[in-house]
Design a protein around this ligand. Structure first.
Ligand SMILES: [Fe+2]
Length: 279
């Protein structure tokens, strides 16, 4: 059997509200997260880490973060989180204390080592704004953190995508200083994946010469409007998360991202009968 990959599950844009409230008056984001936690707990093999890539709450308040923390109690896997534009750093830091945070105040950057892999979480939040920026301190921290090794592969997570998706009302609020990020990534070969959130859709492209993805959400999707035919809109599409599988191997190994739907579906059924023949 081949060597087992390291598995990093990414969930994103949870948009938890105070108990009893619905997102946009319509979406029960708490129930959606509960279904997501069930899916993560029953996934075999168990992921090594869950990364939550921002917009943990919908409107920041102590009550919303307490609700979020309670909903995460049943999660049986260690998790790490970064904020999104719907979050408040101080409230999040209080609700989800984490010894991995690189700074005592401000940006919630962190790094974790999982076996031969480094997981780097970047805080792209601009307080009070919807768009993202990596501030000077975060850029310097990233450069130093990536510079700490030349051989360990690293996966990078941040909320705001550093690329356009074609969905105009999201693209105006993506990462504004993507060029600064690209310049650092080009200095450090070991960065092997950029994994973002914010757009509530499964998306893939290349950025600064490496694969870049956006994680779908467990609740609502941003409507896939590529010609500005709609006002900013959401749609209830199949809920899902991303599972990033890192396989060791030559060089920095290889990362494969799986889209994992959340819910109960028919199957699995065997392809082959007891006689070994394809059914
Ligand atoms: Fe967002």
């Amino acid at each position: 059997m081949n060597e087992q990959p390291l598995l990093i599950a990414q969930i994103s844009d949870l948009h938890i509200k105070r108990p009893g409230e619905l997102v946009c008056g319509r979406i029960d984001s708490a129930a959606a997260l509960q279904r997501c936690v069930v899916e993560l707990n029953r996934f075999v093999p168990r992921p090594d880490l869950v990364v939550i890539s921002g917009d943990l709450v919908d409107r920041p308040s102590p009550q919303a973060y307490e609700h979020l923390a309670r909903l995460l109690v049943p999660l049986e896997i260690a998790f790490a989180a970064i904020p999104g534009n719907h979050d408040d750093r101080d409230l999040m830091r209080a609700a989800l204390p984490d010894p991995h945070y690189a700074q005592a105040h401000g940006a919630l950057n962190s790094v974790r080592s999982l076996g031969d892999l480094d997981i780097i979480l970047l805080d792209s939040v601009v307080p009070g704004a919807a768009h993202g920026t990596l501030d000077a301190g975060t850029l310097a921290w990233l450069d130093t953190t990536l510079g700490a090794s030349s051989s360990r592969p690293a996966l990078l997570f941040l909320h705001h995508p550093p690329f356009v998706t074609g969905i105009w009302h999201m693209d105006v609020d993506n990462l504004r200083n993507a060029g600064d990020l690209a310049a650092i990534l080009r200095q450090h070969e070991r960065a092997r994946l950029i994994a973002a959130g914010h757009v509530h859709r499964a998306t893939m492209t290349m950025f600064a010469g490496i694969p870049a993805t956006i994680c779908p959400a467990p609740n609502h999707a941003v409507a896939l409007d590529l010609n500005e035919s709609l006002p900013p809109s959401f749609k209830i599409e199949p809920p899902a998360f991303h599972l990033h599988a890192w396989f060791p191997g030559d060089g920095f190994g290889n990362v494969v991202t799986h889209w994992v739907p959340i819910g109960d579906f028919d199957g699995p059924h065997p392809f082959f009968g007891s006689d070994g023949r394809y059914l």
